[in-house]
Design a protein around this ligand. Structure first.
Ligand code: FES
Length: 105
């Protein structure tokens, strides 16, 4: 199991567990933590936006993810730690990752 520490939009802290290869978006959505995943993980809706505090172990953003986040910056706060959680696949080295659910837009 890979444990992710989540701060919700209400400021609540929760821990959720997932398995390697699962998209972070699916974990957050299935746990009812305010992530819709409207496009089903196709990197085209932005509804899975999160901030990741200690994301050094994550893969680099793809061009598509980068472009999507860049476009979203006009309507929501995009930070250097911003990621689309549908593009973040769980790996063992992500155990203990700190994730904050970004504001809805
Ligand atoms: S679920 Fe749509 S961009 Fe991630």
């Amino acid at each position: 199991m890979i444990t992710i520490n989540v701060t919700t939009r209400d400021g609540d802290r929760q821990q959720i567990d997932g398995v390697e290869g699962t998209a972070l978006m699916e974990m957050l959505r299935d746990a009812g933590l305010g992530i819709d995943g409207t496009c089903g993980g196709m990197c085209s809706c932005g509804s899975c936006h999160v901030y990741i505090a200690n994301g050094a172990s994550l893969a680099e953003q793809s061009e598509d993810e980068h472009d999507m986040l860049e476009g979203m910056a006009e309507i929501v706060e995009v930070r250097p730690s911003s990621r689309l959680s549908c593009q973040v696949m769980l790996k063992p080295e992500m155990d203990g990752l700190e994730v904050e659910v970004a504001p809805q837009f």
